[in-house]
Design a protein. Structure first.
Length: 140
């Protein structure tokens, strides 16, 4: 049975493994993930667990701006190990994230995904997210 819950500091080694699979090896260290889970109050991290193993995660951040009278949330990462996909786990991770945002009275959410990632787009649409006319730019 898969359990969906908020991440704990003890999850850091498993979160690093999943993050390496999702974003490429070496993006972050276990120590940095631990520190983020302890100190970063503007991020929420949810995990999917089967037995003692993490099989997925979802990260969201709380954004504030002087331009708006409300805070908003952004789903920044959503990953489920391939063999566990298409079982509703991603949807459950999103639902927990939305519930956590709602507790903070954050009701406006953004999510970015790749233009070619049709599976993720389908998931987001099934959860009520709508396409926008915005284009995301990136610069290093």
């Amino acid at each position: 049975m898969v359990n969906i819950r908020l991440a704990e500091v003890e999850d850091s080694p498993e979160l690093k493994k999943l993050n390496d699979l999702f974003n490429g090896e070496g993006c972050n260290t276990i120590k940095a993930i631990e520190e983020s889970l302890i100190r970063n109050k503007s991020e929420i991290v949810c995990v999917a667990v089967e037995g003692n193993n993490l099989i997925g995660f979802c990260c969201g951040r709380i954004l504030t701006s002087m331009c708006y009278s409300y805070n908003y949330g952004e789903i920044t990462e959503l990953y489920v190990i391939e063999e566990y996909r298409r079982q509703g786990i991603g949807k459950k991770l999103l639902m927990l994230m939305e519930n956590e945002f709602n507790k903070l009275e954050i009701n406006h959410l953004h999510v970015f995904t790749g233009m070619e990632n049709k599976i993720a787009q389908k998931l987001y649409r099934s959860c009520g997210y709508k396409n926008t006319s915005e284009i995301m730019f990136d610069k290093n």
